[in-house]
Design a protein around this ligand. Structure first.
Ligand SMILES: C[S@@+](CC[C@H](N)C(=O)[O-])C[C@H]1O[C@@H](n2cnc3c(N)ncnc32)[C@H](O)[C@@H]1O
Length: 290
């Protein structure tokens, strides 16, 4: 087993492992680009004088491309999926470095020398927050930043507007239909469960701003900044995202076509993303590997 293989736990379910998923990801670039621009707007690494930056769960490099466009010179993309990273290499070539690893394992490649770790559009795929904190503790400088975004249903906004509410209900129906086609898929089942809980107001076990700040504070990660941005699109945008989800989960083309006959695409897609910046304090962290 090579080093790279060891760092990717095959028991951790990742819907982006397949060649099909990485090929189809490009269709949704225009939406992921919106969130990459929000990330740079939220925290511009070059303007903030940061040199060494990691893009965790970098996928095909959409977010990395926006980070490099700030003028950044030292960027490493990290992702467990070989096929996603191959697409990123084709996009960015020698302008960046690449490591096939997961958020739960990447830390040994670094030695408290990283200024910022970004994790964009992948928080809901992470398996073990404690293991990730351990990797941050190995890689980040003291007061180095951990920046990530989260959205529904892994995260709960208490003040949904009407358009968000319509998108939420449409997504619940989509994932409910999907669960009939994907059987026991854990990600789909969990997504349906979370959407149902949000609609029922049963949000005790769902992350919100305060819960995330408190959880990370308890392991020595200090809250720094928070902003909310919207991703907005017409029906085509929603269809593209759902297509991507379906390609990841239903391999058979005919079955996927049959599935889409059951799905009603809303006229507009509106969803909010919460962007967090935290600072890592090695002196406070209990599990520092120093
Ligand atoms: C929706 S894509 C986001 C890609 C990129 N950050 C962007 O915004 O375009 C999610 C990525 O997270 C990766 N991923 C899944 N599980 C992961 C884990 N445990 N650690 C790190 N990355 C993970 C997937 O392979 C996929 O490339």
């Amino acid at each position: 087993m090579s080093n790279t293989e060891k760092e990717v736990d095959k028991n951790q379910y990742n819907p982006f492992e397949s060649e099909e998923a990485s090929k189809n990801y490009a269709n949704a670039d225009f939406l992921y680009k919106q969130s990459a621009d929000h990330a740079v707007n939220f925290f511009n690494p070059f303007e903030q004088g940061c040199n060494k930056v990691l893009d965790l769960g970098a996928g095909t490099g959409v977010s990395s491309e926006a980070l490099l466009a700030t003028g950044l010179q030292d960027l490493t993309l990290i992702d467990p999926s070989a096929s996603m990273l191959d697409k990123a290499k084709a996009r960015l070539g020698e302008n960046a470095k690449y490591i096939q690893s997961s958020a739960e394992n990447f830390g040994d490649h670094f030695d408290h020398n990283v200024d910022v770790v970004y994790a964009l559009n992948c928080f809901h795929l992470f398996h073990n927050l404690e293991a990730i904190v351990n990797q941050l503790s190995k890689s980040l400088k003291t007061m180095g930043r951990f920046i990530f975004n989260v959205s529904m249903p892994s995260f709960y906004f208490p003040d949904l507007n009407t358009e968000e509410f319509i998108s939420l209900k449409a997504n619940l129906e989509f994932y409910k239909s999907l669960s009939e086609f994907t059987g026991d898929n854990p990600l789909v089942k969990n997504t349906v469960d979370l959407f149902n809980k949000i609609l029922a107001g049963d949000t005790e076990k769902i992350f919100d701003k305060k819960k995330l700040i408190d959880i990370l504070f308890s392991v020595g990660i200090l809250f720094d900044d928070y902003k909310e941005y919207y991703i907005v699109s017409n029906a085509d945008g929603q269809k593209v995202i759902w297509d991507l989800v379906a390609v990841c989960l239903i391999e058979n083309d005919l079955k996927r076509k049959e599935f889409f006959e059951t799905v009603k695409v809303p006229a507009k897609m509106v969803f909010r993303q919460a962007y967090f910046s935290f600072k890592f304090n090695h002196n406070l962290a209990n599990n520092d590997s120093n």
